[in-house]
Write a protein that binds this ligand. Structure first.
Ligand code: 0X9
Ligand code: ZN
Ligand code: ZN
Length: 418
């Protein structure tokens, strides 16, 4: 009689209980020994609240089969009570499906240091990641502190590549010039993760790291990045004070010494594109520019921004075409083609002055005029649906597809020495 009571109770509550069905719950394992046990399982299954894991359907179950089934959180205790009442022995295989799902997600997303690459991280987490990933991969990574920010945070370069006795050609890639473009630092970290986990496993990555060094700046504009976490999510500029103004910060991508402040930049410290008091007035820009100037063998410069899904190249400060325009255009075209092959993400490409807007003082033009003839600005996802608030769920697909483009450019650079 107890069984009947239990089942009628099940039926009454079933309608409102549907919502939490997938919220988690428990997984039971049991062996029906007789017709009564089988009937109990069937009744439970007919409520639609039970997910048969093994076998996949109750119809396959006969006595003495081992049955694994999941019951949603809202029903788990009733079913458990029912099992107790009819005296059918069971094991609880998974006590809390929800927390296991979370852990499993974490395991997929984290490396051996527990770092989750599918999340956005605060600067202090990124900084300790920089230290850890360097210590954990001594054969592939060395870390340089290339300077400090206005608020005295470290600016780091990770040199990623197989250690060799001779200097290798290098590809410089920076992230986080603009504070609010959070997907950018996430990508630089992803790139380093991919490099260290695929070296010696994936032949493309192994070949690249054997023959090239990647010089990665995970976050250039560290002060702005911190500010975008703590005070203003949509902060773009640095955090340096401007004399004679209450407005703070300079646009670091208007502060490079490339026809500085002649077009598409503002002289007003209150503007988002303020070019600064002079070229390289920003310590962050100076640190990066000094590093690139003194480092021999940088063959490509790549800077990661968001958003708008574009692969841009010089010039920005003029509508005139770069001397190797045809080569850059073909390279960009092929890079966005491989990028789109993964998830169908469409990119525009071309000289930035034409494709977005003319603007002087950008890092790409500056690097190009320094003699680095492969110079690109990537504007990652999306096209404005989420903009700077690109959800964490898009970190992985965004980084995966971008990897293809960066690796394509790297392979091209390797095969076209100069
Ligand atoms: O305006 C920029 O600095 C970049 N776009 S963003 O929306 N991320 O701010 C584009 C940079 C293109 N290159 C140059 N302007 N030099
Ligand atoms: Zn940007
Ligand atoms: Zn994917």
């Amino acid at each position: 009689m107890a069984r009947v009571l239990f089942l009628s109770f099940l039926t009454t509550v079933s309608v409102e209980a549907t919502v939490g069905q997938h919220a988690g719950g428990k997984v039971f394992r049991l062996k029906p020994e007789n017709k009564q046990d089988l009937q109990f399982l069937k009744n439970v299954s007919h409520t639609g609240k039970v997910d048969f894991w093994h076998p996949h359907s109750i119809d396959l179950v006969t006595t003495n089969w081992t049955v694994d089934f999941r019951v949603g959180a809202d029903w788990a205790s009733q079913v458990q009570a029912g099992l107790e009442k009819i005296g059918l022995k069971y094991d609880v295989l998974i006590e809390n499906v929800q927390s296991l799902m979370e852990k499993q997600f974490d395991q997929n997303a984290t490396d051996s240091t527990g770092y989750n690459y599918e999340r956005y991280h605060q600067w202090n987490e990124i900084e300790s990641w920089i230290t850890k990933v360097t210590i954990k991969n001594p054969r592939l990574i060395s870390r340089f502190e290339i300077g400090q920010s206005y608020e005295e945070r470290g600016i780091y370069v990770l040199r990623v590549g197989k250690r060799t006795r001779f200097m290798k050609p290098a590809i410089f890639m920076d992230c986080g010039i603009h504070a609010r473009e959070w997907i950018s630092p996430a990508f630089c970290q992803w790139f380093v993760k991919e490099a260290v986990t695929n070296y010696g496993i994936d032949s493309t990555m192994t070949a690249l790291l054997d023959k090239l060094d990647f010089l990665i700046v995970p976050v250039i504009n560290v002060d702005g990045y911190v500010y975008s976490w703590t005070k203003d999510r949509f902060w773009r500029k640095t955090r340096s004070r401007n004399s004679g103004s209450n407005c703070v910060g300079t646009d670091p991508n208007r502060n490079f010494d490339a026809r500085w402040c002649t077009i598409g930049a503002s002289r007003n410290p209150c503007d988002e594109t303020y070019c600064g008091s002079h070229a390289e007035s920003e310590m962050e820009v100076k640190a990066v520019a000094n590093f690139i100037r003194q480092y021999r063998g940088i063959k490509a410069y790549i800077t990661i921004h968001s958003y708008s899904q574009m692969c841009l190249f010089p010039y920005s400060y003029t509508y005139s075409l770069a001397s190797n325009y045809k080569e850059l255009n073909a390279l960009a075209r092929n890079a966005v083609k491989v990028l789109s092959s993964l998830h169908g993400t469409q990119y525009e490409y071309g000289p930035a002055s034409i494709v977005i807007y003319p603007s002087a003082g950008g890092s790409d033009d500056w690097a190009y005029d320094l003699g680095i003839k492969y110079s690109f600005t990537f504007e990652l996802r999306d096209t404005g649906r989420y903009g700077f608030l690109l959800p964490e769920s898009q970190i992985k697909p965004t980084c995966e597809e971008t990897m293809l483009a960066i690796n394509y450019i790297a392979a091209y650079v390797l095969n076209h020495p100069y």
